[in-house]
Design a protein around this ligand. Structure first.
Ligand code: DC
Length: 245
């Protein structure tokens, strides 16, 4: 299907696309590229966890204190979160404060496990993420959401469900290039420690290294962004053709 025909079909049918994968699998770059090609919205669910972490730190929550779990969950209700779903230039606000850059600071990555392992927070996030996806679909457009539990918990009934994998060295190289602009052995080692630690913490609460039934695996190891994008769009076209038939 060419881009125009695909956009027209999405206009008639709507679409939800769920992408999961570990850190450095290329999820966000690829999801933004697919969203632009398909003319749909982009939802970075990790940015939502990051924004709540920022809000909790800003609110002075002591993560070690008794009862902090409940406090964090109640902050989610009070957080006035605004996400721009434009894949070309996604921005994030909490209340009047733009936090697009602040949520990428290392202090966020250090504290995020207190948020992402909180089951009340996860339930809040899943409901909110699903609502955004379904709303976009009903409006005769669609949304691609990427994270760790989109294919399994947030939207197991998504029209297209993909698990994006890449071998460990490829993932490390990508993350290192992203963070340092080079991939020297020294920088790779620093990132290796961070990525392995985070994957371990994340996989305690969601399974994203093996595909659930009905989820298609795409391995990005030997592919460039355009190649991964094409692979995902082929599943999109298959879904649209089946629903239009
Ligand atoms: O994708 P990211 O690096 O921006 O994600 C930030 C953190 O949020 C990461 O440690 C895992 C967590 N996360 C999650 O638990 N579930 C999601 N759907 C998305 C992110």
């Amino acid at each position: 299907m060419n881009d125009d025909a695909r956009r027209a079909a999405i206009g008639r049918l709507g679409i939800t696309i769920a992408i999961d994968g570990p850190a450095g699998s290329g999820k966000s770059t690829v999801s933004k590229a697919v969203a632009s090609r398909a003319g749909i919205g982009y939802l970075d669910t990790g940015a939502m966890y990051r924004a709540l972490t920022w809000f909790a730190l800003e609110s002075g929550v002591d993560f070690g204190a008794e009862g902090s779990d409940g406090l964090v969950a109640s902050l989610a209700d009070r957080m006035r979160l605004r996400l721009d779903s434009d894949p070309h230039d996604p921005h994030v606000w909490v209340g009047e404060t733009e936090v697009t850059a602040a949520i990428r600071e290392p202090r966020i990555a250090l504290a995020i496990k207190h948020i992402s392992t909180n089951l009340k927070v996860r339930a809040w996030m899943a409901a909110e993420q699903r609502r955004r996806m379904m709303e976009a679909r009903q409006q005769g457009s669609g949304m691609i959401a990427e994270g760790r539990d989109i294919t399994t918990v947030v939207c197991p009934d998504a029209d297209v469900r993909i698990l994006l994998l890449a071998d460990q060295e490829a993932r490390l190289r990508r993350r290192t290039l992203e963070l340092y602009g080079d991939a020297t052995e020294e920088h790779m080692e620093i990132v290796r420690a961070q990525v392995e630690g985070r994957d371990k913490a994340d996989s305690a609460v969601s399974e994203f290294m093996t595909a659930a039934p009905g989820v298609e695996t795409v391995d990005s190891t030997g592919l460039d962004i355009a190649g991964v994008c094409e692979a995902i769009l082929a599943y999109v076209d298959e879904d649209l053709a089946a629903r239009e038939a």
